[in-house]
Ligand binder design. Structure first.
Ligand SMILES: [Zn+2]
Length: 352
């Protein structure tokens, strides 16, 4: 891959990105292929768009991206009010919060963010509006140390911003859940037992996900365990399961690659014999489609790193559902058998 020394903070216009994302051809109806089991709690998922009000006996929690919102819901369950700031299907890396988001952030007792520079504009707004006694918890910084940060294709070291996508690695997602449980319990000790039970249940689901992905990854022919993605969100996932990220197409400023870079990628895919390349649900790319076609690889355009599948209250509209869907696409396209993963329930696990 070419060295792209561009500053990723030179943001593409947020409004433009949203507009493009909403007219992506081929997105189609969001139907989840799996026959999803009902949630363990016997209800539809509560989602993460509660109104944050005082004096209803529940603590107010704000989050940023959907995977974090889903993790927090599985620990806080019905005993918290939860509002995710970054809308589904939005480019979280360039998301600029609206002035109205300041009101939500100002009403929160706890604001969970990924950190690692993913949501800098939202963090700035959160800091400026933090109410007395409230706290901002950066999960990424509490999960790995600086020497474990990954800098790579779309997140080059000279840009100074590490790859922030820890949550595509389920053991890191479990660590996020543990931090969330500890934080909620400290602020709301009356419900500490409830949060601890929810953590037990959710940790078991994340352990099962981890084991199933490891099992499914083993069914991918070894020479195919290579990931070339448009959006660079598998840096912490790949080494854990024996995959190698051979490249990412998206430059660090979220623009499209140059013709010279495209030609180099086509040569690389041919040389490595990669059977499939992976586009993103959020970032549409005709360039990646062209690269795949010219290199003779299958093009899968539906990987997601921060948009769960299904409608907002559907059982699969969860972090678990997103990972199951991604593995179904990824493992299958690379010639493996994803059934160990697709057998899992995507549903929330908190006690109703
Ligand atoms: Zn991302």
């Amino acid at each position: 891959m070419p060295e792209l020394g561009l500053n990723r903070r030179r943001l593409v216009a947020g409004i433009g990105v949203v507009a493009i994302a909403s007219i992506v051809p081929g997105r189609g109806p969001r139907v989840f292929a799996q026959d999803a089991a009902p949630p363990a709690n016997g209800e539809r998922t509560l989602g993460w768009s509660d109104e944050l009000v005082d004096d209803n006996g529940r603590i107010n929690v704000a989050t940023t991206v959907a995977p974090i919102s889903s993790i927090v819901r599985n620990i806080g369950g019905t005993r918290i009010d939860l509002h995710g700031i970054v809308p589904d299907g939005t480019n979280s890396h360039t998301f600029e919060p609206a002035p109205s988001d300041a009101k939500i952030l100002a009403a929160a007792d706890i604001i969970f963010v990924n950190g690692l520079d993913l949501e800098l504009p939202t963090m700035e707004l959160a800091e400026a509006n933090l109410r007395d006694g409230a706290e901002i918890v950066a999960l990424g910084e509490k999960t790995i140390t600086e020497d474990e940060w990954v800098f790579d294709f779309s997140f080059p070291k000279e840009g100074g911003h590490p790859n922030p996508h820890l949550w595509t690695n389920p053991p890191y997602a479990k660590r996020y859940a543990e931090i969330v449980a500890g934080t909620l319990s400290a602020r709301d000790p009356d419900n500490a037992g409830y949060y601890a039970e929810n953590l037990d249940r959710y940790s078991a689901a994340l352990d099962a996900l981890d084991a199933a992905i490891a099992e499914a990854a083993q069914t991918v022919p070894e020479q195919n365990r290579k990931l070339l993605t448009y959006h660079d969100s598998w840096a912490y996932f790949a080494p854990h399961y024996g995959f190698v990220v051979i490249g990412a197409v998206q430059p660090s400023d979220f623009s499209e690659p140059s013709p010279r870079e495209v030609a180099a990628l086509i040569d690389q895919i041919k040389a490595e014999g990669v059977p499939a390349v992976f586009g993103s649900e959020v970032f549409s790319s005709t360039v990646l489609e062209q690269i795949a076609r010219e290199a003779g690889a299958t093009y899968i355009d539906q990987l997601r790193d921060d948009e769960p599948p299904g409608e907002s209250n559907a059982p699969e509209h969860t972090y678990l559902g997103m990972m199951i869907k991604d593995m179904d696409l990824m493992i299958t396209a690379l010639g493996g058998d994803a059934s160990a993963v697709t057998a899992l329930s995507p549903a929330d696990t908190y006690e109703g």
